[in-house]
Design a binder for this molecule. Structure first.
Ligand code: 6R9
Length: 640
C-alpha cells in the first residue's frame, strides 16, 4: 500500500484566528446533540427548536422538528437586516467576459420578485419546480425563490438530454420548469430550451416553462405555457414576506445516477440541512464574510453547487464568484485570471480539474497573481497525492492548506475533512470526521477495523443534513443505505485507516477489483500511475479474466511531452509494481486522449469496464461528452 510520509502543519496565522479550533472535536464528542443544537443557533429561527434529534423511527430522522424558519430569509434578508445589504453576494463572470455584481440587497429584491412570480404561476408550498439553467445568477435566485415559498426545487444539470430531464420531471411530478434560451460553453452559445421542450411535450402536467434570456438566440415558443423570466419578474413587487416553515419542510430533490437503475431522488429538508451546510462552510473554509472572496467552481446541478454555492455560503453572508463557462475558454488560464481579478481567497474545486491543470502545465497558473488564496478545497473524488502536491505548490504557493472534503449528495454536506486551522494535512487523505460526525471503516461483517485496516466507509450516527429518504421510495432508501450493516449508513465507498487513524477514501466499492483473490482499489492504482511523470490522469478498471478472475486494465492520459510506446507501457507497469506490489501491475495500459466523465467530473469506470470487456456500452446519458467513448473504443483491438 502507498505510504504517505508528507504532512503539512496549518499556518500559524490561520490557526490563531480560525473560526473553529481543536476544542470543537472535544465538545462534540462529549455532547454530540448539544453541539448540533449550538450550530443550529447560528441560523435565524422564527421559532427556536427545543428538540434536536428524533430518531424514534430509524432510519427516518427528524432534526430540530419543533423549530420554524425560512431558508431564503437566512440566506438573504437577515444579512440585509444586519446592515450588510451593500455587500456583494455574487460576482458573476460570464464566459464571454460579461460580468455583474449583485449585492445582498439586490439579491433580496430579485429573490422576492421571483418568489412572487412563482406564486402568480400557481406554485405553492410542497410543489416541485424543475430548474435547468446554465451557471448564471438566475439559477441561485430561482432556487432561493422556491425555498422562500416552501416549494421544492429539482435542479437538473444544464446539458443533460431530454430523456434525463423527462425522467426527473416525471419522477418528481414537477409543475413548472425554469430554464434559459441557452448558456455559453466553449466560446459558443449552447441552447437549452429545445431539450426542455422535447421533455415537457411528453407530459400534460407541466403547466409553465419559465425562460431566462441569456444568449438572445431564437427560441421556439409555446403560447400560454412559456413565460419569459424577465417579463414575469419585472412585473412583481420586490416585497415578499417570507413565511416560516417547519424544520422538516422539504427543501429540494436532487437526483444521483448511482451505478445502475433509475436515478434516485435524494430528498433534503430545511433546518438540519441548512445547519450543517452553514456550519461546515464556516468551519472548513474558515470563511470571514467581511474579507474573504470565495469561489466554488462546481456546477449548480451538482450537490456541491447546492450546498457550497447556494445554501452554505449565502447563509454565512459570503461574497462569492460564480463563473459560467469552461476553464479553457478563451484560454487555459481563465480560472487564474478570475482568481486574480476578484482576489479570490478560498477556492473549492474537483480533482478532475486539478489534474487537467497539471496536464496543461505549471507555466499557466504561474502567469497570474494567486497570492490572495489562503484555503484550497477539493471534492468529488479521491485526490491523488501527486495532484494534491501540485495544487498545494502551484496554486497554494506552499502556504494555503488543502481541505479534501468527503461527502455525498445523500449526506447533504461535508462529513470528513481536515479543518484548515487545526489539522496537519496529508496529501490524498480526507483524514478526520468533522466535529459532530461519526464515520468509521468496517470489515465485511460490520466490525470496526483498527488503524492500518481497510474495508467500507460507514456513518454510525445520524447527522443533521442527512437525506430523509429517496423521493417516493422509502423502501429503496432502507435497502440502499441501511441494510448492508445493521444500524449503520453504508456510503458505498471503500476506505482504509492509516497508522494514525486517518481515513483514506478508495473509490466506490462497485469499482474495487478482485485480482487472484486480492482486493485492489482503483484509486490506489490510479494514484500510483499519476505519480509517474509521464501520466496526467488515469482510470483503472477490473475486466473479467480467465486466470485471475479480474485483470487490471488502465486507461491513461499522458502529459504533454510523453508519447505512447511499448517501453513506456512496460515502465508504467513496473512503476505500479514497485509502488504497490506486483499483484497491482496492470495487465493492459492504453493511452487515451480523454476519459469519460460525468458532469461533476467523476470518471465513469462502468463504461470503461464495458469497453475492456467488449460489451455494449451501458447508459451514457450522464456523460459530458459521449464522443469520448467512440475515441476510446477505436483504440481497442476487436477482441480483448
Ligand atoms: C460531493 C459529491 C459522492 C461520491 C462519494 C465518493 C466520491 C466525493 C470525495 C470523494 C474521495 C473525496 N467523493 N468527495 N471520494 N474523496 N473528497 O461528490 O457528491 O456527486 O453524490 O458523489 O463521490 O465516492 O461517495 P456525489
Amino acid at each position: 500500500m502507498l505510504k504517505e510520509e508528507r504532512k503539512f502543519a496549518p499556518p500559524a496565522e490561520l490557526s490563531a484566528h480560525a473560526n473553529v479550533k481543536a476544542d470543537a472535536y472535544e465538545r462534540a464528542r462529549e455532547d454530540r446533540l448539544g453541539f448540533w443544537a449550538e450550530q443550529a443557533r447560528r441560523l435565524s429561527w422564527e421559532t427556536e427548536p427545543t428538540e434536536t434529534l428524533d430518531w424514534s423511527n430509524p432510519p427516518f430522522a427528524k432534526w430540530f422538528a419543533d423549530g420554524k424558519l425560512n431558508v431564503a430569509y437566512n440566506c438573504v434578508d437577515r444579512h440585509v437586516e444586519a446592515g450588510n445589504g451593500d455587500r456583494v453576494a455574487i460576482h458573476f463572470e460570464g464566459e464571454p467576459g460579461d460580468s455583474r455584481s449583485i449585492t445582498y440587497a439586490q439579491l433580496k429584491d430579485e429573490v422576492s420578485r421571483a418568489a412572487n412570480g412563482l406564486i402568480e404561476l400557481g406554485v405553492g408550498k410542497g410543489d416541485r419546480v424543475a430548474v435547468y439553467l446554465p451557471m448564471i445568477p438566475e439559477a441561485v435566485i430561482a432556487m432561493l425563490a422556491c425555498a422562500r415559498i416552501g416549494a421544492m426545487h429539482s435542479v437538473v444539470f444544464g446539458g443533460f438530454s431530454a430523456d434525463a430531464i423527462a425522467a426527473r420531471i416525471a419522477d418528481a411530478d414537477a409543475k413548472v420548469v425554469i430554464t434559459a434560451d441557452g448558456g455559453y460553453r466553449r466560446g459558443k452559445p449552447s441552447a437549452l430550451k429545445p431539450a426542455v421542450d422535447a421533455a415537457v411535450s411528453r407530459f400534460d402536467t407541466v403547466e409553465h416553462v419559465v425562460v431566462v434570456r441569456r444568449t438572445g438566440e431564437d427560441t421556439a415558443w409555446t403560447e400560454g405555457r412559456d413565460v419569459w423570466w424577465h417579463e414575469l419578474t419585472e412585473r412583481q413587487s420586490a416585497e415578499h414576506t417570507p413565511e416560516a416553515f417547519e424544520a422538516e419542510q422539504p427543501l429540494f430533490i436532487l437526483y444521483t445516477s448511482g451505478t445502475t437503475g433509475k436515478p434516485k431522488g435524494i430528498l433534503h429538508t430545511s433546518g438540519g440541512y441548512l445547519t450543517q451546510a452553514s456550519f461546515t462552510h464556516h468551519a472548513v473554509f474558515d470563511l470571514k464574510p467581511e474579507t474573504d472572496v470565495y469561489w466554488c467552481t462546481a456546477d449548480i446541478g451538482w450537490v456541491t453547487g447546492h450546498s457550497y454555492i447556494v445554501y452554505g455560503p449565502l447563509s454565512n453572508g459570503a461574497t462569492q464568484v460564480m463563473y459560467e463557462g469552461t476553464p479553457d475558454t478563451p484560454h487555459q488560464g481563465r480560472f487564474w485570471e478570475i482568481v486574480q481579478k476578484y482576489g479570490v481567497t478560498i477556492l473549492y474545486a474537483a480533482p478532475t480539474a486539478i489534474r487537467t491543470f497539471m496536464k496543461w502545465g505549471d507555466d499557466i497558473p504561474a502567469k497570474f497573481d494567486l497570492s490572495s488564496l489562503r484555503v484550497l478545497g477539493s471534492v468529488g473524488e479521491p485526490i491523488n497525492p501527486e495532484a494534491w502536491m501540485w495544487y498545494r505548490k502551484n496554486i497554494g504557493h506552499d502556504k494555503a492548506p488543502i481541505v479534501d472534503t468527503w461527502w455525498q449528495t445523500e449526506t447533504g454536506s461535508m462529513m470528513i475533512s481536515p479543518l484548515p486551522g487545526v489539522t496537519a494535512t496529508k496529501p490524498g487523505s480526507a483524514q478526520t470526521p468533522l466535529p459532530g460526525i461519526s464515520a468509521t471503516v468496517v470489515d465485511d461483517e460490520g466490525n470496526e477495523v483498527g488503524n492500518g485496516g481497510g474495508g467500507y466507509l460507514v456513518l454510525t450516527e445520524p447527522w443533521p443534513s442527512m437525506l430523509r429518504t429517496i423521493w417516493g421510495d422509502d423502501q429503496r432508501f432502507i435497502d440502499t443505505y441501511w441494510s448492508r450493516f445493521e444500524g449503520k449508513y453504508f456510503a458505498g465507498d471503500g476506505a482504509k485507516k492509516d497508522e494514525d487513524g486517518d481515513i483514506w477514501l478508495l473509490g466506490r466499492v462497485d469499482d474495487v477489483m478482485l485480482v487472484s483473490g486480492h482486493n485492489i482499489s482503483t484509486t490506489e492504482v490510479e494514484s500510483a500511475l499519476v505519480s509517474h511523470p509521464a501520466v496526467a490522469e488515469a482510470a483503472v478498471v477490473g475486466a473479467a479474466d480467465q486466470t485471475t478472475g479480474q485483470a487490471i486494465v488502465a486507461f491513461v492520459i499522458l502529459r504533454g511531452s510523453a508519447t505512447e510506446s511499448e517501453d513506456l507501457v512496460a515502465e508504467l507497469r513496473n512503476h505500479v509494481g514497485a509502488t504497490l506490489g506486483p499483484i497491482a501491475k496492470p495487465k493492459r495500459i492504453m493511452a487515451v486522449a480523454e476519459l469519460p466523465k460525468t458532469r461533476s467530473g467523476k470518471i465513469m469506470r462502468r463504461l470503461l469496464r464495458d469497453v475492456a470487456e467488449n460489451r455494449e456500452l451501458g447508459d451514457v446519458t450522464t456523460l459530458t461528452d459521449s464522443s469520448v467513448m467512440d475515441l476510446i473504443q477505436s483504440k481497442l483491438p476487436a477482441s480483448g
